[in-house]
Design a protein around this ligand. Structure first.
Ligand code: ZN
Length: 74
């Protein structure tokens, strides 16, 4: 989430490291608008997760996340 122009990890509450308002740390930003087939129909949810919390979250998956080698510089 954004607070005072800082990105805060919703999971652990830690601020993502920034220099001159540019994130110097990777994080996951999620935006989801739930639709008709959801019990949250019409609700938009948004959150940010730091890399440490992301790793912990993904390690709990029964089927591991697919990993591809990025061939282009982003
Ligand atoms: Zn975190």
């Amino acid at each position: 989430m954004r607070k005072n122009d800082k990105v805060i990890c919703n999971c652990c509450g830690r601020a993502i490291r920034e220099e001159a308002a540019v994130p110097r740390e990777e994080f996951l930003h999620v935006e989801k608008t739930w639709g008709y087939f959801s019990e949250k129909d019409g609700e938009k949810q948004e959150f940010d997760v730091c890399e440490a919390c992301y790793d912990e979250w993904v390690q709990g998956f029964l089927i591991p996340a697919k990993i591809h080698e990025a061939t282009e510089l982003l």
